[in-house]
Write a protein that binds this ligand. Structure first.
Ligand SMILES: *Cc1c(COP(=O)(O)O)cnc(C)c1O
Length: 351
């Protein structure tokens, strides 16, 4: 990658013009112009929670059906996690379950698009708006997914994308935060930039700056941004092949006994980070696939079973129903036509 070599030897490897260019181009790609970059998705989420006004002791409604970073970031911000139940048809937060958990201490709602299936944003955003609460989307699995005809990234106050090693797009590690909304955007972006760099405004002369608030070392560097800029040139066909494989499975795996497919709203167009199926006899299904050389796993442990989140435990019957049946099969860019036909053939043989 000649461009990467250029930046490595440029003498300007920290945050600079490549980072700014990457933020702009990433924003063009998801059609949401106000982007802040970070060294990880978790750092982006922590920042989003603080910018949303979450302070120690505030409640944040969240889902247990996700990777740990979604909820760890709430603890970083000092927030109190309140689980809302999920829709057993797809593992995403359910609108009535979210509405039920709102209190006068609720400061934010954190929504995950699990596996790349967009959550019911219209309903959740309506509940949030009725109470004046910001929505933070964890779109780590959902780059390239659409909701209501537009890309995930443009709908809520904050939308986080992860560029970690195994996501649709990767910069080895990295995170992007799309900020949306009409009011006070410049101020919000300035606060975010300070928060990601020790509370310091990088544009002001260092000796004249007054650090008035806590900041972290969360910024992205030019090397990472250069990898991202190069990835952006190739990302469309990568996402398109995830989607093509996912849609193929949607058709080919219909109506099999003992296996259900996820269902989602009409407005949602998934980007199929992985492909989730809901199976009876999951152990047997899993062994059958493994015996034929097909990777499959649950990927994530429901977060409410970690002791660090024990204080939030509550009944989640929708999650019970989803979690006990779900497993994921590969549908990424590396699955070619012959491979996906083979996967379907093996599943159709029964388990
Ligand atoms: C990958 C991931 C993140 C954050 O990832 P980083 O590794 O910090 O970039 C957050 N949420 C979910 C659901 C993820 O899968």
């Amino acid at each position: 990658m000649p461009r990467l070599e250029d930046v490595l030897y440029s003498g300007q490897i920290s945050e600079g013009k490549d980072v700014i260019e990457f933020e702009q181009k990433f924003g063009q790609f998801i059609a949401s112009p106000n982007i802040l970059s970070f060294y990880s998705g978790t750092a982006a989420l922590h920042t989003a929670l603080v910018l949303a006004g979450v302070r120690p002791g505030d409640e944040v409604i969240s889902t247990a059906m996700t990777a740990e970073p979604s909820n760890m970031a709430i603890l970083h911000a000092g927030g109190k996690i309140v689980w809302a139940d999920v829709d057993s048809a797809n593992g995403n937060l359910s609108v009535p379950a979210v509405a039920e958990k709102i209190t006068d201490r609720t400061r934010a709602i954190l929504v995950v698009h699990y596996g790349g299936i967009p959550a019911p944003l219209d309903g959740i955003r309506a509940v949030a708006a009725a109470h004046g609460i910001p929505v933070i989307e964890d779109a780590a699995h959902a780059l390239g997914a659409k909701y209501g005809g537009t890309f995930v990234g443009g709908h809520s106050e904050f939308v986080m994308f992860s560029l970690q090693a195994i996501k649709h797009m990767t910069t080895v590690d990295g995170g992007m935060l799309a900020c949306n909304g009409a009011q006070g955007m410049e101020k919000r972006l300035a606060e975010g930039r300070k928060f990601r760099w020790f509370g310091i405004d990088r544009n002001a002369p260092r000796t004249e700056v007054d650090v008035a608030s806590v900041g972290y070392k969360y910024h992205m560097n030019n090397v990472t941004a250069t990898i991202g800029l190069t990835q952006l040139d190739h990302i469309q066909p990568v996402i398109a092949s995830h989607i093509a494989n996912g849609r193929y499975f949607d058709q080919a795996l219909q109506g099999l006994p003992g296996l259900s497919l996820c269902r989602w709203e009409e407005q949602a167009e998934p980007s199929y980070w992985f492909y989730t199926v809901l199976v009876e006899e999951r152990e047997r299904f899993s062994h059958h696939l493994a015996a034929h050389g097909i990777a499959n796993s649950q990927v994530h442990k429901r977060n409410d079973r970690h002791s660090v989140f024990a204080a939030s435990r509550c009944d989640l019957p929708g999650l019970d129903a989803f979690y006990d049946r779900m497993t994921h099969i590969p549908c990424g860019w590396w699955v070619d036509d012959a491979r996906r036909e083979y996967i379907v053939d093996v599943i159709r043989r029964g388990w």
